[in-house]
Write a protein that binds this ligand. Structure first.
Ligand code: ADP
Ligand code: MG
Length: 723
C-alpha cells in the first residue's frame, strides 16, 4: 500500500468506527479503592496490635516494626488471591521517569511436587530485581549490579487488572547493595523528612506547643493529546519519539479556542470514563477533566494527596492513560510539544506543606498568628526559589521539555515566583519597612500587631509564571508532561527544608536578642526580601522585556537542558543535598550522569529518525511526484507548462536541500570526540537540533508543494481534527 493509500484507509476506518459502548457505571462508593489494600482493609484483616503498629508507620513515617511484616504479608496475599491475583510485583521508580516492575508468582513448589502459595514478610519487605538493566549513573559496577527493592509502607499496595489477569503491586524503593538511592522515591521520602524536621523547629519557635509531623502535598494536573491509533501507527516519529518531527501547520490551528470551550467528543468521553473508573478502583481521586487549548488535547487532575502517594498515583495515571487509550483505538501522547506550532502539554505540580495540628502552612489563615506563620513559610519559599532557581530548572530539564521552556512558546526558562498583587504588596512593604497601610482596603489589619492581616483570596492568576502562588499552594507550572513529579517535589521540599532551617536559626538568634516574635519575623522577612526579593515577578513572563529585567536582576536563564543540568554539579547544590541528607554527592553525581545520558540519547534517536524519514518516506514521495510532473510537462507540450515547470523546479530544489542537510546531519551524528558529557550535551543542543529543524523546514515546504495524494504521512490536519 503506498503511503497515501494507507492514509486514506485510516481516515475511512476512523470515520466509520463505532464508539465503544460506555460501560454501565458502577456506584462510586462501590468502586472506590476496590483494588487497594488500604487502611480499612488492613483494619478488617489484621490483629489489632499489628494494625496499630502499621498505621503508626503510615501516619508518622516512623520505622516499621519488622515483626509485623509477616502478618501483613499474609493478609495482603489472601486479599489479593481472593481477587484473582496469582502474581505480585515490586513496583519501583528508576531515575528514568518510568515505572518498573518485577513480577513473581505466589506459587511455591514443595519437595513432594505439590504447590502452595507463599508470600512471607521477608518477601514483602525486600525484593531483588535484576537491577543491571536500569541506568545507575556509574554507581554500580556490573559485578555488583544488584539492586534491592524495599517495601514503602506509606504507599498502599494495589491490584492492577489487565487483560492478562490481576497482579498485586507493591510500591517500593530501589537501592543499590551499598545503600545508594537508585530511584526517585528514596530521595523524595528523605526530602519530606528533612522538610518535616526544619518545619517543626520553626513551628515550635513560632509558639506552637503541639506540632505534628509535617508532610508535603501534591496535586498534579496532567495534559495529554489523543491521536487516533490508525494515524499514529503510520508515523514512526510518534511511535518512537512521541512527537512529530515533520508536519506542515494546518490552515486552522487553535486560534479559535473552539476546542477548549467545545463539548468533549463522545469517543473521548467514553475513554475518560474508562480511565476514571480504573483510577477510582485504585483509590486515585481523579476529579477534573476537560478539553485543553489545542485540538485533540485534554487534561486530567486528581485531588491532591500526600506527596509520596500522589507521586506513585501520578505514575499510575500516566500508565493507565496510555493503556486505556490503546483499548479505545487512540494513542495517548504525553509530550511537551507533539505538534510544532500547537500548544504542547505540561504538568502542573500543585504543592503545599502542612500537618494535622497547624493545617496547611501555605494558607494565610484567619488569625494574625496564622498569618505570621504563613508569611514565614512563604518567605522561606521565596528564599528557596531565589537561591535554588537553577536547581528547579534542572529538575524539569529534559530533551522534550526544551521545546516548551526557553523556546518561542513559554513558560520561559527563567525561574521566578508569582505572588499575586496582594501578597506581593505585603512583601514589598515588609522590605521597605512601611507596613503601615495598604492601597487595597481590608487587606491590612495593623491594629496592635506589626504584622499584616491577609484576606483569604484565591489570588489572581498569572498563567505566564513558572511558579505561582494560587491562594493556598504554589503551582509549579513548568514541569514536563511525561516527567515523574518526584524530581520537582524533591527539589521543592529540599529547598524549603534549607530555607526553614535558616529561618529557624535566624529566629533563635533574634529571639535571643530579646526581640518579640512579630518583630523578629518582620526583621527576618525584610532580610529575605532584600537578599532574595529579585525572584518575585508579577508581570508577563512571556514578554521579551522580562528576559531583559531578569538578566538585570541576576536571575539565570537556562534555555536548554544542556545549560541546566550542569547545575547538579555545582558545589552549592552538592552542599544543599548533603546538608539536608537528601542525596549524597555520589547519588547526585549519578543523577547528573543518568539525566545527561537520557538527554543525549533522546536527541540522537530523533536525529536518526529525521534522517530515515527524510530519506525513506519524504524523498521517495517527492521524486515520485516530480516524475509525474515531468511526464505532465512532456505531455502538455506547448500548453501552459510554465506553472508546472516552476513547480517542478521548486520541488527539485527543496528535495536537493533536504537531502543535502540530511547528509550534514548524518555526518554531525558521527562525531565522537567529546571532551566531556557537558560538551556532548551542548553539541546536541547547538548542532544536532538546529540541523534537524533545518531538514524539517525543507520537508514541510515539500508537503506544501506536493500533491496531497502523494504524501506519505498523516497530516497535522488529519491527526488533530479527525476523530
Ligand atoms: P487549575 O486548572 O485552575 O490550576 P485544577 O482544579 O485543575 O486547577 O487543579 C488544581 C490542583 O491543585 C488539583 O489537583 C487540586 O487538588 C490541587 N490542590 C488544591 N489544593 C491544594 C493544596 N493545598 N496542596 C496541593 N495541591 C492542591
Ligand atoms: Mg493549574
Amino acid at each position: 500500500m503506498s503511503g497515501n493509500a494507507a492514509r486514506v484507509q485510516a481516515i475511512h476506518q476512523i470515520t466509520n468506527r463505532e464508539v465503544m459502548a460506555p460501560k454501565p457505571s458502577e456506584r462510586l462508593e462501590e468502586m472506590w479503592a476496590e483494588n487497594v489494600f488500604n487502611l480499612s482493609k488492613m483494619q478488617a484483616s489484621l490483629p489489632k496490635a499489628v494494625f496499630k503498629s502499621i498505621k503508626n508507620t503510615i501516619v508518622t513515617g516512623e520505622k516499621l516494626d519488622p515483626s509485623v511484616a509477616d502478618a501483613v504479608a499474609t493478609a495482603m496475599r489472601d486479599w489479593a488471591m481472593a481477587k484473582g491475583a496469582l502474581y505480585y510485583a515490586h513496583v519501583f521508580y528508576p531515575m528514568t521517569n518510568l515505572t518498573a516492575e518485577k513480577h513473581d508468582g505466589f506459587i511455591s513448589v514443595q519437595g513432594d511436587g505439590s504447590v502452595i502459595s507463599e508470600f512471607s514478610g521477608k518477601v514483602l519487605v525486600q525484593g531483588e530485581p535484576d537491577g543491571s538493566s536500569f541506568p545507575n549513573g556509574g554507581i554500580r559496577d556490573t559485578f555488583e549490579a544488584r539492586g534491592y527493592t524495599g517495601w514503602d509502607v506509606t504507599s498502599p499496595a494495589y491490584i492492577m487488572e489487565t487483560d492478562n489477569g490481576a497482579t498485586l503491586c507493591i510500591p517500593t524503593v530501589f537501592v543499590s547493595w551499598t545503600g545508594e538511592a537508585l530511584d526517585k522515591k528514596v530521595p523524595l521520602l528523605r526530602s519530606i523528612a528533612a522538610m518535616d524536621k526544619a518545619a517543626r523547629k520553626v513551628l515550635t519557635l513560632l509558639g506552637n506547643t503541639e506540632v505534628a509531623h509535617v508532610n508535603s502535598s501534591c496535586g498534579a494536573e496532567q495534559e495529554y493529546f489523543l491521536i487516533d491509533a490508525n494515524f499514529a501507527s503510520q508515523r514512526p516519529d510518534l511511535l518512537l519519539a512521541g512527537r512529530t518531527l515533520f508536519g506542515k501547520a494546518p490552515a486552522k490551528g487553535q486560534e479559535f479556542d473552539d476546542h477548549y470551550f467545545g463539548a468533549i467528543p463522545e469517543r473521548v468521553q467514553v475513554f475518560m470514563q474508562d480511565v476514571e473508573e480504573t483510577l477510582y478502583k485504585l483509590g486515585i481521586p481523579a476529579k477534573t477533566r476537560h478539553n485543553e487549548v489545542a485540538p485533540g488535547q485534554f487534561e486530567i487532575a486528581p485531588f491532591f494527596e500526600a506527596a509520596n502517594v500522589a507521586s506513585d498515583h501520578q505514575q499510575l495515571i500516566m500508565t493507565i492513560l496510555k493503556h486505556t487509550a490503546k483499548k479505545h483505538g487512540f494513542m495517548c501522547l504525553l509530550h511537551e510539544k507533539p505538534f510544532a506550532g500547537i500548544n504542547g502539554s505540561g504538568k502542573h505540580v500543585n504543592w503545599s506543606v502542612g500537618n494535622s495540628t497547624q493545617g496547611n502552612l501555605l494558607d494565610p489563615g484567619d488569625s494574625p498568628h496564622d498569618n505570621a506563620q504563613f508569611l514565614v513559610f512563604c518567605g522561606a519559599v521565596i528564599r528557596g526559589v531565589h537561591k535554588y532557581g537553577p536547581l528547579m530548572r534542572a529538575a524539569i530539564a529534559t530533551a522534550s521539555n526544551d521545546h516548551r521552556l526557553g523556546a518561542n512558546e513559554a513558560p520561559p526558562a527563567i525561574m521566578s515566583v508569582y505572588l499575586g498583587s496582594q501578597l506581593e504588596e505585603v512583601f514589598e512593604q515588609i522590605k521597605t519597612g512601611t507596613v503601615t497601610e495598604s492601597k487595597q482596603k481590608g487587606v491590612m489589619d495593623l491594629g496592635v500587631d506589626v504584622l499584616p492581616h491577609l484576606t483569604k483570596d484565591a489570588g489572581d492568576r498569572n498563567r505566564t509564571s513558572p511558579f505561582a502562588f494560587t491562594g493556598n499552594r504554589f503551582e509549579f507550572r513548568a514541569v514536563g508532561s511525561n516527567q515523574s513529579v518526584s524530581g520537582p517535589l524533591i527539589v521543592l521540599n529540599t529547598m524549603l527544608a534549607d530555607s526553614l532551617d535558616w529561618m529557624g536559626n535566624r529566629l533563635e538568634t533574634e529571639l535571643a536578642k530579646g526581640l518579640d516574635l512579630n518583630t523578629a519575623i518582620i526583621t527576618i522577612l525584610k532580610e529575605v526580601m532584600e537578599t532574595h526579593g529579585a525572584v518575585v515577578f508579577g508581570g508577563n513572563g512571556y514578554s521579551e522585556e522580562w528576559h531583559q529585567i531578569a538578566a538585570e536582576r541576576g536571575l539565570a536563564n537556562l534555555r536548554t537542558t544542556a545549560d541546566a543540568l550542569p547545575t547538579l554539579k555545582e558545589e552549592y547544590i552538592e552542599d544543599l543535598f548533603k546538608k539536608t541528607g537528601v542525596l549524597t554527592p555520589v547519588e547526585l553525581e549519578s543523577r547528573f550522569e543518568v539525566y545527561a545520558e537520557q538527554y543525549i540519547l533522546s536527541i540522537e534517536v530523533e536525529a536518526k529518525l529525521v534522517i530515515s524519514m527524510a530519506k525513506t518516506m519524504i524523498y521517495p514521495a517527492a521524486v515520485e511526484y516530480l516524475s509525474k510532473l515531468a511526464s505532465t510537462i512532456a505531455s502538455l507540450g506547448e500548453l501552459g507548462v510554465e506553472f508546472e515547470k516552476e513547480s517542478a523546479k521548486t520541488i527539485a530544489n527543496l528535495t536537493n536541500s533536504m537531502i543535502a542537510t540530511t547528509t550534514k546531519l548524518s555526518d554531525a551524528l558521527a562525531k565522537h570526540d567529546f571532551v566531556s558529557t557537558e560538551d556532548k550535551m551542548q553539541y546536541c543542543a547547538q548542532t544536532l537540533r538546529p540541523l534537524m529543524d533545518e531538514v524539517r523546514q525543507y520537508a514541510d515546504a515539500l508537503e506544501g508543494n506536493i500533491a496531497d495524494s502523494f504524501w506519505p504521512l498523516p497530516t497535522y490536519q488529519e491527526m488533530l481534527f479527525i476523530k
